[in-house]
Design a binder for this molecule. Structure first.
Ligand SMILES: Cc1ncc(COP(=O)(O)O)c(C=O)c1O
Length: 409
């Protein structure tokens, strides 16, 4: 449960949630409800398709094929074979299966503190979980590089991209020294569980090049950040100027309905097409695809990528402005409407202020605004609202945050 006193939410509308007592909360955390809670066009699309037909991908179906085509049209040329699943976890598991079949290897390079899903195969590649409470560490075929954090990580300051990419190079060399082949590399282009962490310039570009040159594939996990949230670009990987071999998406593409996808190239899909087959009883059913299609349409019709860009920049500037008055705010970072505010006890030692971060989110809840914390030390305030968030919403958020920081100091 989130918060010291859990919330009992009974209704959602747009960027607002309402509890059982009728109290309204500004939702600045639920990125899954991408185009807003209960968007009428999404609800209508689901209902209309439910009334007509809900089978699965065994049959020819325009709704499924058109959604796949529209999804592929948002991606760089070549990424055009689409597999549907029910969740981001299933999408990442399938991406691993495709990658391992193509490369005939399991040796996978991951970022420290990354989270890629709840399935056993994903706990194995998610240091956030296998190195966290209850975890039993990484299996031998998982190679973890330090989290590319230029603020408090192994390499700090500007221009750390090459240093962190050097860690990828070291992993490749280690794999090859063991007489094994690299299977691939998986990363989010802005790390969610890592604490809304923007990767240093050049890191992803160099890492992809090194991995591809070694014969491995690169997976972009867009489950948290895709579909316009970044503002400047539709997909997170585009902000890093890379073209992945496999893209996984989920959460927001269904606005809360279970639909997710893996998209790859014909060449890779052909190798995967080895007779074993991929079958999913419910993944990609016509109702899920109708919902996904409605979400894509709404993002386009309501120009929500542009909104994420405008409101995201406005919010980031305002947060940077209040940072000047509060020593507790160590770093403010973000892209579009995916923003992190990292709290530290001291700007010189950078000691994480986790207790304070927890206090802040609980006081924000009391003020009627929902945000959360994350990062390896739980000291980063996460802000990732539905991308219909307005400038007025941003004003309300920053006004309250500022008052709470005043109160704490
Ligand atoms: C980056 C990332 N990948 C994958 C997943 C797994 O998605 P799901 O919970 O829909 O299975 C998550 C969920 O939090 C995520 O943040």
């Amino acid at each position: 449960m989130s918060y010291e006193e859990p919330l009992h939410i009974v209704r959602g509308e747009g960027q607002y949630l309402f509890d059982a007592d009728g109290r309204r909360y500004l939702d600045a955390i639920n990125n899954i409800q991408h185009v807003g809670h209960c968007h009428p066009k999404v609800v209508e699309a689901a209902q209309r398709q439910y009334e007509k037909l809900n089978t699965n991908t065994r049959y020819l179906d325009e709704v499924i094929v058109n959604f796949a085509k529209d999804l592929a049209s948002t991606l760089p040329d070549g990424l055009e074979v689409c597999f549907f699943t029910n969740s981001g976890s299933e999408a990442n598991d399938l991406a691993l299966r495709i990658m391992r079949t193509y490369t005939q290897s399991k040796e996978t390079i991951v970022l420290d503190v990354a989270y890629h899903g709840n399935l056993s195969s994903l706990i194995e590649i998610s240091p956030y979980k296998h190195n966290g409470p209850g975890g039993t560490g990484a299996p031998v075929f998982v190679h973890t590089i330090p989290m590319p954090d230029s603020f408090r990580g192994k390499y700090r300051g500007s221009n750390t991209g090459d240093q962190y990419a050097g860690e990828v190079q070291k992993s490749i060399e280690n794999i090859e020294k063991m007489g094994k082949k690299v299977s691939g590399f998986i990363a989010e282009s802005v790390m969610g569980c890592g604490g809304q962490l923007i990767l240093p310039d050049g890191f992803l570009k160099t890492s992809h090049k090194l991995v591809n040159e070694s014969g491995g594939l690169c997976i972009a996990d867009e489950v948290q950040i895709g579909i316009g949230r970044m503002g400047s670009h539709y997909w997170g990987f585009e902000t890093n100027e890379v073209v992945p071999d496999i893209v996984t998406m989920g959460k927001s593409i269904g606005n809360g309905h279970p639909v997710a996808a893996v998209v790859t190239t014909h060449e890779i899909a052909e190798v995967f097409h080895n007779g074993m087959e991929y079958f999913n009883s419910i993944g990609g059913n016509p109702v899920s695809c109708a919902v996904g299609q409605a979400v894509l349409n709404v993002v386009k019709e309501e120009e929500l990528q542009k909104n994420a860009n405008d409101v995201g920049k406005y919010l980031l500037d305002k947060l940077k402005h209040i940072q000047k008055n509060h020593g507790l705010i160590g770093d403010v970072r973000g892209r579009g409407l995916f923003i992190g505010v990292e709290l530290v006890k001291d700007r010189d030692t950078l000691e994480p202020a986790a207790k304070e971060a927890d206090q802040v989110i609980n006081l924000m809840k009391e003020a009627g605004i929902l945000i959360s914390t994350d990062g390896p030390d739980h000291n980063v305030l996460k802000i990732k609202p539905p991308i219909i968030f307005t400038r007025e919403n941003a004003d309300e958020l920053v006004f309250n945050l500022n008052s709470i920081f005043d109160q704490l100091s």
